[in-house]
Design a protein around this ligand. Structure first.
Ligand code: MRU
Length: 366
């Protein structure tokens, strides 16, 4: 996707074959800054500090982190130690474990002298596959948007999304936003309601930035507005992303997603979740009980960042001194509230049979 007219991915290796670069998402939308990742520790830091975020991108950043570690020391012990460090960087998005498992398995099967080159090649492959998957998700999801458009000729399709599951959350295209980009490029009129997504405001900052860049009509709303909009017929469908989806179709996504799914259910609004198969955790069935929910620093709740009138970026306190906060990063939407899962192989029911039908080999291997 383009920033200031220039095409970018969210992560790319340097021509020197070692350094990796990322877009620093903590500075967006107010400043476009890229960051170098030179070491395993840099990779751990950019993931845990959310310089890069979004389940698919976290997976790719983890893979490059392991490649950087293997370049320093390709021994089994060093690869295992790096795996353990990266694995802990963000606990909920399962793509991190998926990418690390895949790379570690491949590296340990190769002679140490070949591991460095192999690691970078595999990380690049995981990145390229993510782009292909997300583009396919876009095509399948765009068909749903086109159906909604056909039901309401003469006006745009109104789509509500939560957090940022756009190209910034992946390597390119995005998950929940890919169908919107594809539909818009196919000439379907769309308008997006963007949940601001407290506490870190990935909707207000990142999703709005992306949609603006693609010239897609959108309106930022406070997180509490979605129910009201749905009650009054302002939303045709919801599309959100996922950080981990169980084999039974329960969906873990950014905190607040569950409330939107409840409101959608109550108002008969279709609620779709877009995800690549790397986001499916085939080991789990009961998302509410089994998915680990990341709890982050309470400062993300008690404080807020933005741009001051003089252009400087500031972080100010919202709460009184002495009030404590809890900061749960994600929640789980049970499969019964999900109208369908949009994957790279098509749209299926949010159920074990639905997922198994699209990915029989992955279900069997788990
Ligand atoms: O905490 P984040 O910003 O990494 O969380 C990302 C999300 O929850 C996104 O909404 C997304 O759906 C998953 S990544 C495509």
């Amino acid at each position: 996707m383009k920033i200031n007219g220039r095409g970018y991915r969210t992560i790319w290796p340097d021509a020197n074959g070692r350094t990796v670069h990322v877009i620093d998402q903590s500075q967006l939308p107010h400043a476009f800054v890229t960051r170098r990742i030179d070491s395993l520790d840099d990779a751990v830091a950019v993931i845990s500090d959310m310089v890069v975020r979004g389940a698919p991108l976290i997976g790719v950043a983890g893979a490059y982190g392991l490649a950087l570690a293997a370049a320093d020391d390709p021994s089994d012990a060093a690869i295992d130690a790096a795996y353990a460090k990266l694995f802990k960087a963000r606990p909920t998005a399962v793509n991190l474990r998926w990418a690390l498992d895949r790379l570690r398995h491949c590296l340990l099967a190769a002679p140490p002298a070949e591991r460095r080159a192999l690691a970078y090649a595999q990380a690049a492959r995981i990145a390229d596959e993510d782009v292909t998957c997300c583009e396919a998700i876009g095509e399948h999801g765009a068909a749903l948007i086109a159906e909604a458009a056909a039901k309401n000729p003469g006006r745009p399709v109104n789509i509500l999304t939560h957090c940022n599951a756009g190209w910034l959350a992946t390597v390119d295209w995005g998950t929940a936003l890919a169908p919107i980009y594809k539909a818009a490029r196919a000439g379907v009129a769309v308008h997006v309601f963007v949940d601001e997504t407290r506490p870190r405001n990935q909707g207000a900052s990142l999703t709005a930035f992306e949609l603006l860049g693609e010239a897609i009509s959108h309106t930022v709303i406070v997180d509490n507005a979605g129910g009201h909009l749905m009650q009054h017929g302002f939303v045709d469908l919801c599309i959100v992303g996922s950080d981990r989806t169980t084999r039974s179709g329960d969906v873990c996504n950014k905190i607040g997603t569950y409330l939107k799914a409840l409101a959608a259910h109550d108002n008969g609004v279709p609620f779709y979740v877009a995800l690549p198969s790397s986001t499916i955790d085939w080991r789990l069935r009961d998302g509410v009980r089994e998915i680990p929910i990341e709890e982050r620093d309470q400062r993300e709740v008690t404080h807020i960042s933005g741009r001051a009138a003089d252009g400087s970026l500031v972080n100010v306190q919202l709460t009184p001194h002495g009030s404590s906060a809890r900061n749960f990063g994600f929640d789980v939407t049970p499969s019964r509230l999900v109208s369908g899962l949009i994957t790279e192989r098509g749209v299926c029911d949010a159920s074990e049979s639905g997922l198994r039908g699209l990915f029989p080999e992955l279900a069997r291997a788990a």
